[in-house]
Design a protein around this ligand. Structure first.
Ligand SMILES: Nc1nc2c(ncn2[C@@H]2O[C@H](COP(=O)(O)OP(=O)(O)OP(=O)(O)O)[C@@H](O)[C@H]2O)c(=O)[nH]1
Ligand SMILES: [Zn+2]
Length: 352
């Protein structure tokens, strides 16, 4: 069983293994029931009461890709999950909806394929957003431009992508024509974990099917001239490819909100950050200040206005999120104190 197990996880599992526990990797989650890949095959697991009791939030529950400490009951095809081994990389986004909560999409990913289609779905601003997530996660981003057969200005598109993703490998593929897939193989070696990230309909399921040489995922039928299509992938799942690599598919993300991504933004917008460091004023807002290197670069055509706007927008989004989370933490803290002080008042009440 390789499944991506290595010295990093082994070093954290030692004390558990000495006590007779075993390990497995989370392949799927549904309503807090987990499908775990183990030496006994696939087992269905639930977390122990202790783990549940100690969990402060949803990030303390297993996520797809996690290595977990288990006590297996192979004859029942079941297991109890006692602990989660430290995550080497972690993909998070803001949970959908109004709540301010982190949602872990996938963990222990080595490479993330940021899949963008080369037809009307092509969107550099969305790509920037995905890149931030990828940098923040600790996994290595690789840009996969799908549906190359539908594109008649490939060179131009590649240049645009390379301009917003300096230093990131870019591969154009067509699952339809079987083109460009070989170039992806090095990322899919034995024990390597790749996650697929991309909007609905960009061809993630089709790519998985081509790579695994079988129909793993149902491919949606997209009507002529409408590449939005319907939503087919409904859950994320980790599975093994024939060559021993592991792949995590994620449902097309309609709502991809950033989570705790200051560092990711800095990496994804390295060009803008470098310019900003040359501004005369340390706290330059790049508005009307004299000696602003950012405005100068826009004027000279070295930086695109649209890219700078996108940078500002993403920063504002993060700042907004941070303020909301602050408020949430403050009110959670207040509740906690209320409970504690009420408890004190009750216990300290003189008996009459
Ligand atoms: N022309 C062309 N069409 C493709 C290619 N790859 C996928 N498609 C088509 O694009 C549509 C969407 O493909 P899917 O693989 O279901 O997309 P997905 O990313 O898995 O979508 P979700 O499951 O919603 O996340 C299907 O009709 C595919 O046949 C390609 O390389 N070229
Ligand atoms: Zn400036």
């Amino acid at each position: 069983m390789s499944l991506g197990w290595d010295d990093f996880f082994a070093s954290h599992a030692n004390t558990f293994l000495e006590q007779g526990y075993e390990v497995g990797r989370i392949a799927l989650e549904h309503k807090r029931i987990y499908r775990i890949l183990t030496t006994h095959g696939e087992l269905l697991g639930e977390v122990t009461g202790k783990l549940r009791y100690e969990a402060a939030g949803r990030e303390d529950y297993p996520a797809v890709g996690d290595w977990v400490v288990i006590s297996p009951r192979p004859e029942e095809k079941k297991a109890s999950i006692h602990a989660i081994l430290p995550r080497r990389s972690k993909f998070s986004r803001k949970a959908a909806g109004v709540s301010v909560e982190e949602q872990i999409v996938a963990t222990n990913v080595d490479t993330v394929f940021l899949v963008n289609a080369l037809n009307n779905d092509f969107n550099l601003r969305r790509l920037e957003r995905y890149l931030i997530l990828a940098w923040e996660s600790g996994a290595n981003p690789v840009i996969v431009l799908s549906k190359a057969d539908l594109c008649d200005d490939l060179e131009a598109k590649l240049a645009e992508v390379e301009a917003v993703a300096v230093g990131v490998p870019v591969h154009a593929i067509s699952s339809e024509l079987g083109m460009g897939l070989d170039a992806l193989q090095p990322y899919l070696g034995s024990g390597k974990t790749v996650a697929l990230l991309g909007s609905s309909g960009v061809g993630k399921s089709t790519l998985i099917n081509s790579l695994s040489g079988q129909t793993r995922q149902l491919v949606q039928d997209v009507r002529e001239g409408d590449d939005r299509g319907r939503h087919t992938t409904t859950h994320r799942e980790l599975f093994q490819l024939p060559g021993g690599g592991l792949m995590i598919d994620t449902p097309g993300m309609r709502e991809l909100q950033l989570w705790d991504a200051e560092e990711g933004i800095r990496d994804a917008f390295d060009d803008v950050e470098k310019l900003a460091a040359q501004c005369r004023f340390y706290d330059c807002q790049h508005a009307k200040e004299p000696g602003c290197a950012v405005r100068q670069a826009i004027e000279d055509g070295r930086l695109e206005q649209a890219r700078f706007d996108s940078y500002r927008k993403l920063q504002r989004e993060l700042a907004h999120l941070a303020r909301k989370e602050d408020a949430r933490l403050r009110s959670a803290e207040k509740d906690k104190w209320k409970k504690i002080t009420m408890g004190m008042r009750n216990s300290g009440k003189p008996k009459r």
